[in-house]
Design a protein around this ligand. Structure first.
Ligand code: CU
Length: 177
């Protein structure tokens, strides 16, 4: 880890270092539940934090994630601030994270960038890369798994099937896997 890293940087580093073990595997749900709890406990013990971590109800923001009120709180102590400025490499310009410094992998300011169709760019990428993406994937919207009906389908659609249940939040597109 970077020796100038903050507690927040280390939390992020641990999460990304474990990426292939804790995402799209049976570890997804239990790890993240434990990890969030552990971070909250560490904040209580290290910094006397007493607020409790907030819960994000995705379904409220699903219809229009880009314009969600989530991204319109510019309070300098508690607001996430708006999307980053594309002319400044998506650096956050307002809210509590404006100018917030991150240490890994090297120093950079906090950035927020949202791509509505994250796979679309691969349609025009090299043939080697493009072959991994079918037309359904290329047209998939990033917020497609946020909607309440899809969350309900994930919960109801995988009885006694832990493998597909844990895969579904990441890959909930029929026929995608
Ligand atoms: Cu994760």
């Amino acid at each position: 880890m970077n020796t100038s890293a903050s507690f927040r940087d280390n939390i992020s580093y641990i999460h990304m270092d474990l990426n292939v073990k804790i995402h799209q595997t049976g570890m997804f749900l239990p790890f993240h539940r434990w990890f969030v709890h552990s971070v909250e406990q560490a904040m209580v013990e290290k910094y006397g934090f007493s607020g409790g971590f907030p819960y994000w109800n995705w379904t409220i923001d699903a219809p229009d994630f880009y314009k969600s009120s989530w991204w319109q709180d510019s309070d300098t102590e508690s607001g996430l601030g708006g999307w980053g400025d594309p002319d400044k490499d998506y650096e956050v310009q307002d809210g509590a994270f404006a100018g917030f410094a991150l240490a890994n992998p090297s120093y950079h300011p906090m950035r927020y960038q949202y791509t509505a169709q994250p796979f679309a760019a691969f349609a025009t990428s090299s043939p080697t890369i493009a072959q991994f993406f079918n037309s359904t994937m290329l047209e998939t919207y990033a917020n497609s798994t946020f909607h309440a009906d899809q969350i309900a389908a994930i919960i109801a659609g995988n009885p006694s099937d832990l493998v597909n249940f844990q895969l579904s939040p990441d890959n909930w597109i029929a026929g995608m896997r």
